[in-house]
Design a protein around this ligand. Structure first.
Ligand SMILES: C[S@@+](CC[C@H](N)C(=O)[O-])C[C@H]1O[C@@H](n2cnc3c(N)ncnc32)[C@H](O)[C@@H]1O
Length: 189
């Protein structure tokens, strides 16, 4: 447990500090729109999820921080679940797509989180994990800064993230500047 609740503290200001930017890359990589449900794991304030509402039948934001989720609840049309990403209160294979943006390095158990995302995604579905790429110098500095702030961040390079998934997963890695995406497809039945 970190000494400070960083996300609880920053939640009311989060969307003003961290602008969502253009999310066309994410929409393309996640192969949206879909008819089913999308999960934003570690989705915080719904900063990104709010732009996906017209891309799926339902968008669910799951996050550990009640304060971050309170911000997501203020946005129309998002469902929220206060939950660890290591165990989420959903049935097997109920999401067409799962996104996880800038959150994997914050969770305690990254392997368990990957297994949980794999459990929840439908056959033929897709998981997209977006992370600052720790192979770049800027992100190495960011990682140091988060350590100084007492955050329990643990950055993994994209190939290590890919390695967390089931061996039947079809995985590819994309990168733009300091951002990388690990795209994980679950074979159809
Ligand atoms: C940097 S924020 C990113 C939020 C959102 N994905 C975005 O891009 O705006 C990281 C989020 O991960 C959440 N988080 C950290 N550990 C978690 C865990 N084990 N389970 C669920 N959420 C977690 C935090 O509460 C926080 O909202």
């Amino acid at each position: 447990m970190p000494i400070l609740d960083h996300f609880g503290f920053i939640a009311p200001y989060y969307d003003r500090v961290f602008k969502p930017g253009n999310r066309d890359d994410l929409i393309t990589l996640a192969a949206l729109p879909v008819e089913g449900m999308v999960l934003d794991a570690g989705g915080g304030t719904g900063r990104i999820a709010q732009f996906l509402r017209n891309q799926a039948a339902q968008v669910v934001v799951a996050d550990l921080s009640f304060e971050m989720l309170t911000q997501a609840q203020a946005k129309d049309g998002l469902l929220t679940a206060c939950s660890h990403t290591e165990w989420m209160p959903f049935e097997d294979q109920c999401f067409e797509r799962i996104i996880m943006i800038d959150a994997l390095h914050h969770v305690c158990h990254q392997g368990e989180t990957a297994q949980e995302l794999w459990r929840l995604v439908k056959p033929g579905g897709r998981i997209v994990i977006e992370e600052p790429d720790v192979r770049t110098w800027g992100v190495k500095l960011l990682a140091l800064g988060e350590k100084v702030l007492g955050m329990r961040s643990h950055f993994l390079a994209p190939p290590a993230i890919a390695g967390l998934f089931d061996e039947s997963a079809q995985v590819r890695i994309e990168r733009k500047g300091a951002i990388s995406w690990v795209i994980v497809e679950k074979p159809g039945e």
